[in-house]
Ligand binder design. Sequence first.
Ligand code: PLP
Length: 407
Amino acid sequence: MYVLPDLRNLKLMTNHFIEIEHLSGARNYEPLPVVLTRGEGVYVWDDAGNRYIDMMSAYSAVSHGHCHPRLVKVLQEQAAKLTIVSRAFYTDKLGIFLNQVCKLTGFDKALPMNTGAEAVETALKAARKWAYTVKKVANDKAEIIACEGNFHGRTIAIVGMSTIPQYREGFGPFPPGLKIIPYGNADELEKAITPNTAAFLVEPIKGEGGIIIPPAGYLKACAEICKKHNVLMICDEIQTGLGRTGKLLACQHDNIHPDAIVLGKALGGGLLPVSLFLAREEVMAVFTPGDHGSTFGGNPLAAAVGKAALDVLIEENLIERAASIGNYFQEQLRSIDSPLIKDVRGKGLLIGLEIDPDYPARDICIRLLKHGVLTKETHKTVIRFAPPLIITKEQIDVAITALRACA
Ligand code: PLP
């Protein structure tokens, strides 16, 4: 077997910023040994002035590129005018943002939060209350179905749905009423549904789970099953939505319009946390004043940036770019002849490279770092390539040359 040098014992450069972060910060992440100080477009720079192509885009939150000038301008102007007022008052920004995102996605109503996990929690609460008030499920009996290997965030309820031992262990007990089925098989969904089922929560492509694409037609079959049994279908588009996979929403590859979706990450234009739960009227109507909320959710700064992020997405044709450049990127990745690469899979600019399990994917990421390309492994054997959607073919060619040298 072809063996690359083992980099696991590589001595990391001593760096003041890394040391002070280790000294005072919780160790819930294991970052690559690079200290970033600046970003522009697809590039970031480290504290020694070295430039890198960002193939991570902050887990797809920086789809517009780092510090997009138009978004920064909107942020600065709004920051100097009005930033946070809470939802105790109306603002001149929130309604316009929500109206635009509803029109764009075809949902009736939107509820603003900040992080992805908060939007998922909102979806879970909406589904349960809908089950009790509309579907007439008996009190405290509502069930939510999610998929094996999912990633929907890190709150207690959400990790209660996780099948990754590390995400759960030490954090129980978890709320009841959460059921897990295998991903990619619609028959399993139908088998799991009971009269108490409120919703099926699913990622159109499993992102953190290793860029896993379900069989074509899976979501469509699930949508039909949900409709037949009066179960809400909720797509988690936090990572896959807003153009990342070459469509506005990844569920559109299967031509479906679910009952509800959650959006986050790129909605903040790479500048702020902005998330939304979007649903049809009947579902959103379960929320009455005081049921749910967030001090920061829907603040005018976030709403102004969120609206501009959607404008840029459309006006700069980022969705179409993700589709065409993504195809080019995947072709180039498939042309690399390396015994370490076992599979290339993806849609648009959400791409995973499956690495020989005998060789730690993290080592390849460290080698890529030294060749000016930043990315990170997910689930130990998959390297993620999810650059900003503004990336050019020339920049992809540079990354491919680096990868040829590293894999
Ligand atoms: N849902 C999906 C599909 C995600 O990929 C993520 C984050 O990676 C989340 C939810 C959680 O988002 P956040 O980290 O903003 O809470």
